[in-house]
Design a binder for this molecule. Sequence first.
Ligand code: CAA
Length: 381
Amino acid sequence: MTSDFTETQLMIRDTARKFAQERLAPGAVERDEHERFPTEEIRELGALGFMGMMVPEKWEGSGLDTVSYVLAEEEVSRVDASCGVIMSVNNSLVCYGINAYGTEEQKTTFLKELASGRKLGAFALSEPEAGSDASNQRTTARRDGNRYVLNGTKNWTTNGSTADLVLVMAATDPARGSKGISTFIVEKGTPGFEVAKKEKKLGIRSSDTVSLSFTDCPVPAANRIGEEGDGFRFAMKTLEGGRIGIAAQALGIAQASLDASLAYAKERKAFGHPIAELQAIQFKLAEMATQVEAARALVLKAARLKDQSVPYGTAAAMAKLFASRVAVQSALEAIQIHGGYGYVQEYLVERYLRDAKVTEIYEGTSEIQRIVIARSLLKDA
Ligand code: CAA
């Protein structure tokens, strides 16, 4: 595969791999165990240019393509999937959203800070009653002169308590359903904006996932992204790219499961020989490697379509659907190969399973990806 990449793409992949092994690996277990947010590690990823990879240099991003981004995302997630999701949300939801749809003023004020890694962003679409049914927004934004007043609750917000700003989807005209939603940049410290609850999670435990509450929270009208009513389309378009990021995160977890399985199979002896000599183990390894390569091909296809500026939403949904399933299956097989050692914390593979599962849930469950794919198939049929 490597011959398909440019020198820059290979350099980005190697830089990410080195950083992940040297800086992320040593503390990953402790951060997971104590649910400790990787503040310093994310600051360093920002200094490397990995928090605003696809943002033009004019806005202090790295001006790279989506292929470079997925290569970096895979390498980071291969070692620490919590860092992977923090990076993915900032890059492909927050930075992308402001870069593609924000005003010059918003880019000057907010995008430079986010793309350089000096600040961190979050994306708040989900609500207690609006998960898969994302247009069922209950959070409202009422116009009041040159500002909006936000009221409501957001759920499952990645980076929610650590972010300096949050992109919030809210109903400006509730009667209009998906056409009555708008997007706002809400800064930390705005009166009435609070972290309501920090979730205790199965996996990606060192990333923070919170619910947010807005009570008569005033947001300048200048912080609205796009026109009133454009918020749902904004969320859907932004999530198309987000799903490529999560697919790359899943790919990283799958690759890590294969790496661990290969190493263990060669090291572990049973019946007088390394278990790698047993066909039962070889078949598992062969199957995992094939699935991982297929997932990588789908992730790269979606990334390349995005780089060519042609529609990529269906390819992104396919990549996420497939790569997330491969991540879960690979982690399960890795545990099986490790036997009892796979079920305890001494080896890393139990964390891979815990981290893998959420890739089938966030940024659209696997069921939602199937809906997106089927609708596009039927539209084109
Ligand atoms: N691009 C542009 N427009 C789109 C679009 C897209 N990808 N998808 C939908 N739209 C438009 C439609 O064309 C439609 O407009 P018209 O009425 O003018 O035709 C409008 O939006 C409404 O679309 P639908 O009728 O298709 O809406 P729906 O209610 O049936 O929902 C859905 C569609 C695909 C199920 C959508 O709700 C969805 O994607 N749900 C999942 C939400 C999700 O992914 N949440 C993730 C939260 S963020 C997160 O997880 C981040 C994190 O922290 C890690």
